[in-house]
Design a protein around this ligand. Structure first.
Ligand code: ATR
Length: 276
């Protein structure tokens, strides 16, 4: 017998590390909603067929994580402005039989900063470390929030140049050696690279030139206090860890599939930290 409560899931390859089930099942319990949220491991070559099957099985939708975000985007029959701008989708749903999608990473990034560092978008000058998929979502969020001078710094400069080309005006590409000069008038510094993740390879950033009012954030959240955030805190700067971005990016999907806008609470944050 078909279940008539809303069902959703996260798919990735691998997917065991995903904290999305923990987050969504916490909200389902907290709001007493009869629904389910599962985890599905899907190999890249079977992803399009998998999405077709899911539609027939009556799922409300799903989250998509690495490496499927670009493939999901290419399958969309309807996309919102964030998916369009970023060229990748992480939240899918079905509407009148059509596959629809959004990219909620940009929303999650901005919502986390709104909560933890109100006024973070006032300065309008951002330096973004990294030029991969994650940086795309961040640059889109920054443009949406009115940043008109976004410096993209990457080890491989041509990738930063490609990103600038994609986003057009208000962005510039740089190598790491330009950092000290770029930081002198930076109001927001964002790390989108995997540097510092899992306590892995670190980096030596000259944070001294950053103005006193600068906000420093890292989208890496394991460890919560990355080497970058530690160095920034030692300098007395406002720092924001990346866990809130993960929690907030889940909000729009939950609301769409399960019909209630969930709250990002300290309880939820503590639950995820306990699981790390
Ligand atoms: P994601 O989609 O998560 O952004 P990605 O596309 O692999 O992942 O991008 C990873 C980013 O981290 C890139 O900007 C990468 O720099 P390169 O483009 O030069 O590879 C950056 N990165 C990873 N390891 C790095 C390292 N050891 N030093 C400097 N940058 C690094």
């Amino acid at each position: 017998m078909a279940e008539n409560f809303p069902r959703a899931f996260v798919c990735g390859f691998p997917v065991a590390h995903s904290r999305s089930p923990l987050i969504h099942n916490h909200w389902l319990r907290a709001y007493g909603i009869a629904g389910s949220y599962e985890r599905r491991e899907v190999a890249p070559e079977t992803f399009p067929e998998f999405i077709r099957t899911v539609r027939e099985e009556g799922f409300a939708g799903c989250n998509v994580t690495i490496p499927h975000k670009e493939a999901a985007f290419s399958l969309l029959e309807q996309k919102d402005e964030s998916a369009e701008a970023i060229g990748a989708a992480n939240t899918l749903w079905f509407e009148d039989g059509r596959l629809c999608g959004s990219n909620t990473d940009a929303y999650g990034f901005a919502a986390n900063l709104d909560e933890r560092a109100p006024g973070w978008d006032r300065g309008g000058v951002a330096t973004v470390l990294g030029a991969g998929g994650a940086a795309r979502a961040i640059v889109h969020a920054l443009q949406t929030r009115g940043f008109r001078d976004i410096r993209i710094v990457n080890r491989t400069v041509w990738r930063a140049e490609e990103l600038c080309h994609h986003f057009r005006g208000g962005t510039s590409a740089h190598g790491w050696e330009a950092m000290a000069e770029l930081l002198a008038d930076t109001s927001l510094l964002v790390n989108t690279t995997s540097l510092g993740m899992d306590g892995g390879s670190s980096y030596d950033l000259p944070l001294d030139p950053l103005p006193e009012k600068a906000v420093v954030t890292d989208i890496v959240y394991i460890p919560l206090e990355t080497p970058l955030l530690k160095a920034a805190a030692q300098r007395g700067l406002t720092t924001v860890d990346g866990l809130g971005m993960l929690l907030h990016q889940a909000v729009p999907g939950f609301e769409r599939w399960f019909g209630r806008r969930p709250e990002v609470t300290e309880d939820l944050r503590a639950l995820v930290i306990e699981d790390m």
